[in-house]
Design a protein around this ligand. Structure first.
Ligand code: SAM
Length: 312
């Protein structure tokens, strides 16, 4: 199984069975499940989307537990991000965290913004983490919509969200920097804020660790090659792991915030408009539907179901 061929759960079922069972067993032994997947695939420093999904899904619940144990660190992290995001938003604007995990960052950020978004959204490739996140948001009384999606194929229209940000979520997708940044820039109207480990500003030990984990590199250079205007580039003051130094790459676009306008959904397979009918998302022109599992919309291309008669 290699990074090119296994980006959906519909690839070779034998390989997939071995991967899932092997990663689960590795995790149960206290080992790094992603490292197990890299060894199985024979790839050094390269993570497939499926391995990333399984590894993060297995960890679901660990971030909420971490915040309960050390709320001060979460508080410092979220305050730092809110300070960066606030000037980019206006009251009633829209905000999306890509790779939101258990929404422990999203909840803290939204709570601290003075420019309150009318619509806050979070997507993650892992359903279990979105479910944990939904519980966390309810506990914190923060209103935000979470859904399962792949950051390389976001089910939202072009320029439909004012500010799109990440917090260490492009991180494990080394080698796909260009695809990731292009997709975030497609969806953002006003700004893309990348809070990611910055290889080029890291010391040698950190760089070596980042290479072995398959982390992203060259984000600023990639963004600029794509024509982005990078207005801020630096390491952050509050870094939780010096071996994974968090930095900021702020990309500003010329779009103007559209207050109170909900982001429009897009079918991830056919890229046609899609409506949220509550228990299902429907792309009328393609006849494709996407289910909602225990309140979390499943909006990856592989979740699509052909159901031409859904609307009668
Ligand atoms: C290090 S965690 C950070 C979570 C969250 N942003 C936070 O600050 O707590 C990285 C997250 O990115 C998500 N992720 C990685 N690759 C992704 C992809 N291709 N599409 C969507 N989410 C992805 C993982 O599932 C995981 O929840």
């Amino acid at each position: 199984m290699n990074a090119e061929s296994d980006n959906t759960l519909r690839s070779n079922s034998d390989e997939l069975r071995h991967l899932i069972l092997g990663m689960r067993a590795a995790y149960a032994r206290g080992e790094n499940a992603m490292e197990y997947a890299r060894q199985m695939a024979g790839t050094i420093g390269n993570n497939s989307v499926v391995a990333t999904l399984i590894a993060y899904d297995l960890q679901a619940g660990s971030y909420v537990a971490g915040v309960r144990e050390n709320p001060e660190a979460n508080s410092r992290w979220c305050a730092q991000l809110a300070e960066i995001l606030d000037p980019l938003l206006t009251n009633g604007g829209t905000l999306l965290e890509v790779g939101c995990g258990e929404a422990t960052t999203l909840a803290g950020v939204v709570q601290r913004l003075t420019n309150t978004p009318s619509h806050a959204l979070g997507l993650d490739i892992s359903w279990s983490r979105c479910t944990e996140g939904q519980g966390w948001l309810a506990e914190k009384e923060v209103s935000a919509r979470l859904f399962v999606a792949d950051l390389f194929d976001i089910p939202l229209e072009d320029e439909s969200v004012d500010v799109v940000y990440t917090s260490h979520s492009i991180e494990p997708n080394g080698g796909r920097e260009e695809d990731a940044i292009r997709e975030l820039m497609r969806v953002a109207r006003r700004a893309v804020v990348l809070v990611e480990p910055i290889y080029e500003l890291a010391n040698e030990n950190a760089q070596s660790r980042m290479r072995s984990h398959g982390y992203v590199r060259g984000l600023k250079e990639t963004a600029e090659r794509l024509g982005a205007k990078v207005n801020d580039y630096r390491l952050l003051d509050h870094i939780s792991n010096p071996l994974n130094p968090s930095g900021l790459i702020l990309i500003e676009k010329s779009g103007v915030t559209q207050e109170g306008v909900a982001p429009a959904w897009l079918c991830p397979l056919t890229h046609t408009p899609m409506s949220d009918l509550g228990d299902v998302f429907v792309s009328e022109s393609s006849g494709l539907v996407y289910p909602v599992l225990r309140g979390i919309p499943l909006l990856r291309a592989e979740h699509g179901v052909v159901a031409s008669k859904i609307l009668g």
